[in-house]
Design a protein around this ligand. Structure first.
Ligand SMILES: [Zn+2]
Length: 448
C-alpha cells in the first residue's frame, strides 16, 4: 500500500514537489474536489520564475495560491501552496516559481499542455467543456504553452529556401493576417496581423543577412509591392506567382463575362410580351416556346458559376448539361470558359519551354478574342509571364499551398472567440508546424 503522499505525487506527475496533506470535499454543485497541500522541494524553493536563479526571500509566507491540475477520474484536483515573494537581483521582487506551473498561471503544466493539445484538435466548446474552463482561458494557455515549447521563434527563419507569402482575411474580411510559409516542409514560419508592404517589411527586417541569402524562391500573388519588397531585400531570389492566384484572375474575368451574359439573357427573356391567356400554351404557340427557352437560358447562366469554375473532369451531370446549353446558346461566354480552361491547363504543365510556347499562344488567342475582360487579362499575364514560368520551373505544389491556406482559415474560425490576437497567432504557429505538444506521462511525444 503506497502512502497518500506518494500516490498524490505520482498522479500529479511533478518532480520536486513535496505533498503535505490531501483532503476530499464536495462543492455546492456536488462536484468532488481533491485539495492537495504541497510545497516545492527545498532545492527548488526561492527560484526566480524568469531566470531560475536562487534568490533571497522578500517576505516569508506571501499569499496562498491554488492551481488546477489534471482531474483524477473526474475528481477536480487542486494544488494549494504558499507563495513567498523573492528579490531577484535582475528581475526585482517577484513571486517565486513552483515546479508544477508556469509563471502567472492558475493551472499545472500538464493541465496546460493537455488543454493546448485538445485545442489544436477540437472545437472550442468541446475543449472548454471537457477541461471545465472558460474559452478565454484557453487562448492564454495556448500562448504560454507555445512560449514554453518554442522560446526562440527566430529559429524558424533559419535555412529557409522556398517561401510563400499570403494574406488571409478573417472577421468577414474586416481584418487581415499576413502569413509566411516554408514550402519545403509546409509549415508557417511567421504570421502577423495586418497586410501590405509595411507588414511584409517587418518580416524582411527580421531576417539576418545569412537568412536572407538562403532564400532562393518566393511565391505569392501578383501584387507589385510584393515584387518591390522582394527585389529590395532578396535581390537574388526567384519570384513566382502562385498558380491558384492566376486561375483566380481568369475566374474573375470569366465571372464578369457570365454576369453580362446573364443580364442580357434576362433582359431578352423579359422582352417577350406577357401572355394574356392563363394555362398551358398550345403546342404550336411559337412565341411561348421561345419565351420559355429564353427564360431557361437566363436561369442556367445565372446558376453556372460552379459549372464554369470547376475542372471538366469534376463536373456533375447537371453542371455538364448547363455547360452544353451555354455552348449552344452563348458563344461568347463559352469562349471565355474555354480561355480560362486553357490557362488552367498551361499552369499544370511541367516543361517550361512547352509552357512558354503555350502561354504565348494563349496570349495571342486572348488578345483577339473580342472579350474585353480577357483582353485585359492577357496584358496582366504578359506582365507576369516570367513569374508564371518561374512557378512552373520550381514545381511549387498548388494543392499543398491551398491545403495550408484552408488549414489556417479553419484555425482562425475555430479560435474566433480569442479576444487577444497574440493567442490566435500562437495557435496558428502551434498547429501549422511540426511541433509536438507533450502530453502528461507519455514516454515520447504523441502525435494524433
Ligand atoms: Zn530573475
Amino acid at each position: 500500500m503506497v502512502s497518500t503522499s506518494t500516490l498524490c505525487k505520482n498522479l500529479l506527475n511533478v518532480k520536486g514537489i513535496v505533498v503535505e496533506d490531501a483532503n476530499v470535499w464536495c462543492d455546492e454543485s456536488n462536484v468532488q474536489h481533491l485539495l492537495i497541500k504541497a510545497r516545492p522541494h527545498k532545492r527548488l524553493q526561492h527560484r526566480c520564475p524568469h531566470c531560475g536563479c536562487k534568490c533571497p526571500g522578500y517576505d516569508h509566507h506571501g499569499i496562498t495560491r491554488r492551481w488546477r491540475a489534471m482531474d483524477f477520474g473526474g475528481v477536480l484536483v487542486e494544488i494549494e501552496s504558499a507563495c513567498p515573494r523573492i528579490c531577484c537581483p535582475q528581475h526585482g521582487v517577484v513571486v517565486a516559481s513552483v515546479p508544477w506551473a508556469f509563471h502567472n498561471s492558475g493551472f499545472t503544466k500538464d493541465f496546460e499542455y493537455s488543454t493546448a493539445w485538445l485545442a489544436t484538435q477540437l472545437n472550442k466548446s468541446a475543449v472548454a467543456a471537457y477541461m471545465r474552463i472558460a474559452w478565454d482561458t484557453v487562448g492564454n494557455i495556448i500562448s504560454r504553452v507555445h512560449q514554453d515549447i518554442e522560446p526562440d521563434m527566430h529559429k524558424r527563419l533559419d535555412g529557409l529556401r522556398v517561401i510563400g507569402i499570403d494574406e488571409t482575411s478573417y472577421r468577414k474580411g474586416h481584418k487581415y493576417l499576413t502569413v509566411v510559409v516554408n514550402h519545403e516542409n509546409n509549415t508557417v514560419v511567421w504570421v502577423h496581423e495586418g497586410k501590405g508592404k509595411a507588414v511584409l517589411t517587418l518580416f524582411m527586417e527580421l531576417l539576418s543577412k545569412e537568412q536572407r541569402e538562403s532564400i532562393k524562391v518566393v511565391s505569392a500573388d501578383g501584387a507589385r509591392w510584393i515584387t518591390d519588397c522582394v527585389n529590395k531585400y532578396l535581390p537574388n531570389c526567384e519570384r513566382c506567382v502562385d498558380a491558384f492566384h492566376v486561375v483566380e484572375w481568369a475566374m474573375e474575368a470569366l465571372d464578369a463575362v457570365r454576369k453580362q451574359s446573364w443580364h442580357e439573357a434576362r433582359d431578352a427573356a423579359q422582352s417577350y410580351p406577357k401572355r394574356q391567356k392563363a394555362g398551358r400554351p398550345k403546342k404550336d404557340d411559337q412565341q411561348a416556346a421561345e419565351a420559355a427557352a429564353a427564360k431557361e437560358k437566363a436561369k442556367s447562366i445565372k446558376g453556372a458559376t460552379f459549372a464554369l469554375g470547376k475542372a471538366p473532369e469534376n463536373l456533375t451531370e447537371t453542371q455538364k448539361a448547363k455547360l452544353e446549353l451555354i455552348q449552344l446558346s452563348d458563344n461568347r461566354l463559352y469562349r471565355a470558359y474555354k480561355l480560362k480552361e486553357a490557362l488552367r491547363l498551361i499552369l499544370h504543365m511541367t516543361d517550361v519551354e512547352e509552357a512558354d510556347a503555350a502561354l504565348i499562344g494563349w496570349v495571342k488567342w486572348a488578345r483577339h478574342c473580342r472579350i474585353p475582360e480577357f483582353v485585359e487579362l492577357q496584358k496582366k499575364i504578359m506582365r507576369h509571364r516570367e513569374h508564371i514560368l518561374n512557378t512552373i520551373r520550381q514545381q511549387i505544389s498548388n494543392a499543398r499551398i491551398e491545403a495550408n491556406n484552408n488549414k489556417i482559415k479553419l484555425i482562425i474560425r475555430r479560435s474566433f472567440g480569442f479576444r487577444n490576437i497574440q493567442n490566435m497567432l500562437d495557435m496558428i504557429l502551434l498547429v501549422c508546424s511540426n511541433i509536438n505538444i507533450p502530453l502528461p506521462n507519455r514516454p515520447a511525444a504523441y502525435t494524433a
